[in-house]
Design a protein around this ligand. Sequence first.
Ligand SMILES: [Zn+2]
Length: 256
Amino acid sequence: MNKTVLSFLAHPDDAEFICAGTLIRLRDLGWSVHIASATAGDCGTTVHDRWQISSIRTGEGAKAASLIGATYHCLGEDDIFVTYDKPALRKAVDLFRTVTPSLVFTHPRLDYHMDHEMVSLLARAASFGFGAPNVTTVPLNPASAIPHLYYCDPIEGIDPLGNPVMPTTVVDISAQMQKKTEMLACHASQREWLRAHHGTDEYLDSMRTWSAKRGKLIGVAAAEGFVQHRGHSYPHNDLLAEILGAKTSGFDAVGN
Ligand SMILES: [Zn+2]
């Protein structure tokens, strides 16, 4: 099997909030891990210009990825302006063509930030199309196939109308929390800004709190939740259940 996983999310620190624990587990099973952000996070600052902060934040993303031997990619789209259009989709297709993922994590279709929603569409379209020979001039890897596609939790586990979103698949990441926290802490520019603004370590605390909340669903210390895309032609078997023992039913919603 082609053991290559791609996390394709909007901003340089998104993976460290919503799927890094699962990426670490896959890495430990010998998977090749790629972490991609659509933007360089050019609006995530109150003190730098967009070029300075883009350089800082892509450096932080690459550093976090390096902690688990992963490769970081950035498509160079602009914060707030990510759009499902031809140029962005071409970039996404070329990324997929280069990486040849058999497993993809992206944002849910509905989330608080429109950049997240647009990346969700880009990831879905690229997953379906990247293996078509004529879609791009980037060489086609014979291992290319429509990957298993999973949507990560929306931020705070709610859709834009405030409705809770229940996962189909929950991965125990209790043993990966320390490394996941180290990865998130690499995003020092974001952590320091929030720490100064809130007076607490809100950046790391919010990730820990959310991971613990998902853990309660399956009776463990920390977890990450996913919803599998099961449209026509996408793989329907729950790969995360098969290879990581992820829980797919019996969630303790009361504990949530
Ligand atoms: Zn984001």
